[in-house]
Design a binder for this molecule. Structure first.
Ligand code: NDP
Length: 372
């Protein structure tokens, strides 16, 4: 029998109140299509915390599969596992292979698990660290999809349709939350694909720290980085006119991670027919849409949800993951700064709860990642 531990919750609430560490054992006789895995790394993403709070858009199923007293959910939407054993020798998976979740919400915050082979995607592990593989499928894939699939409308020619930004054209996009996992990935893909980015970050407690963050993002490939105070000030309009040569190089796409005033200001930076894609709401403020932008500039406001894309296009997901991991191997794509959260057999419930609870606080030096 394999002894396993899993973080679980049986009711919605704050992670420090509702997350429990559950110990259970896994039988060595697993069914034909099952795979026993051990975890290597799993990040703590904002969406995971919202799932525990019960505020996330899709609700997980509570089950008694791992023998909790009350039906429970194991959170964690991404991570990397090593295959320990396979139920059938005809499986394409072998002991020692690295796998990531193929589907949403399989629950990665646990030391071991048994999954159906259809729930897993094999990745070529050569030249990669567990952290790089564990963090590939949510943030980088979201940035990849949004930059590749969204852009300005083609005017009346295309009716309501939009076309993606032209790769290699130097076309501008703008984003807030630029230092987030998604934002950092968008900066790097933008650079690699010949696009230009305007990046908004929140002011740090000192101007030195703000400048240091700007520099960090420039080193990743950001063309312009502005602090939120600059962006929301009345001088921004002039600055933007300089950047876009008075609108001759218009901004075709805006990526909104934050909502509120920041999102409205992104929308105002768009050129005619530009699209604002909202994928996150970190400020918890609604997005207000100036009617003039809708009428006179024909700006489009759309939402993005990666899970939906992945469900509709699993083959596309596989290619995208392989492509990003190739870029990582070649040193063209840098993974995010992380705060390691070691999870060994003796790690206590409190420590794990706290690591999760702090995941939604701002101004972090890196994303929490459980390392097993
Ligand atoms: P990270 O944990 O990497 O970064 C969080 C970001 O949010 C940082 O830029 C941080 O800025 C900012 N932030 C934190 N608190 C606030 C606040 N109160 N107001 C404004 N900004 C704040 O995040 P991810 O990249 O993993 O996720 C970012 C968002 O994208 C989340 O809302 C997430 O749910 C969403 N997302 C959505 C997906 C989809 O399919 N729709 C897929 C992936 C992510 P600072 O450093 O200044 O605190």
């Amino acid at each position: 029998y394999t002894q396993a531990k899993a973080l679980v919750f049986s009711k919605y609430g704050e992670p420090s109140d509702v997350l429990k560490l559950h110990t259970h054992s896994i039988s060595p006789s697993i069914s034909q299509c099952s795979i026993l895995v051990r975890s290597l790394a799993a990040p703590i993403n904002p969406a995971d915390i919202n799932t525990i709070q019960g505020t996330y858009g899709s609700k997980p199923a509570f089950t008694s599969l791992i023998g909790t007293a009350e039906p429970s959910v194991t959170p964690g939407n991404e991570g990397v596992f090593e295959v320990v054993s396979v139920g059938s020798t005809s499986s394409e998976l072998r002991k020692g292979d690295w796998v990531i979740p193929a589907v949403s919400q399989i629950g990665t915050w646990r030391t071991h698990a048994v999954f159906d082979s259809s729930q897993l995607l094999k990745v070529a592990r050569e030249g990669l660290t567990p952290t790089q593989v564990a963090t590939v499928s949510v943030n980088p894939c979201s940035a990849y999809k949004m930059l590749r699939c969204y852009g300005p409308s083609d005017g009346l020619k295309a009716g309501l349709a939009m076309k993606p930004l032209d790769v290699g054209s130097g076309q501008w996009f703008i984003q807030n939350g630029a230092n987030s996992g998604v934002g950092r990935a968008a900066i790097q893909f933008g650079k690699l694909w010949g696009l230009r980015s305007i990046n908004v970050v929140r002011d740090r407690t000192s101007s030195e720290e703000t400048e240091a963050l700007k520099l960090e993002l420039q080193q990743l490939g950001a063309d312009v980085v502005v602090s939120e105070s600059q962006f929301l000030s009345r001088y921004w309009k002039e600055q933007l006119a300089d950047i876009t040569r008075n609108g001759r190089d218009s901004v075709g796409l805006a990526l909104n991670c934050v909502g509120g005033k920041s999102a409205t200001t992104l929308a105002r930076a768009l050129g005619d027919g530009g699209t604002l894609v909202s994928y996150g709401g970190m400020s918890r403020q609604p997005v207000s849409l100036p009617v003039g932008l809708l009428i006179f500039k024909d700006i489009r406001f759309v939402g993005f949800w990666l899970s939906n894309w992945n469900e509709r296009d699993p083959v596309g997901k596989r290619h995208m993951v392989d492509d990003i991991l190739d870029m990582t191997r070649q040193g063209k794509f840098t993974d995010i700064p992380i705060e390691e959260v070691p999870w060994s057999w003796n790690t206590g419930e409190k420590q794990l709860q706290e690591a999760v609870q702090s995941g939604l606080t701002g101004f972090r030096s890196g994303k929490g990642v459980f390392l097993f």
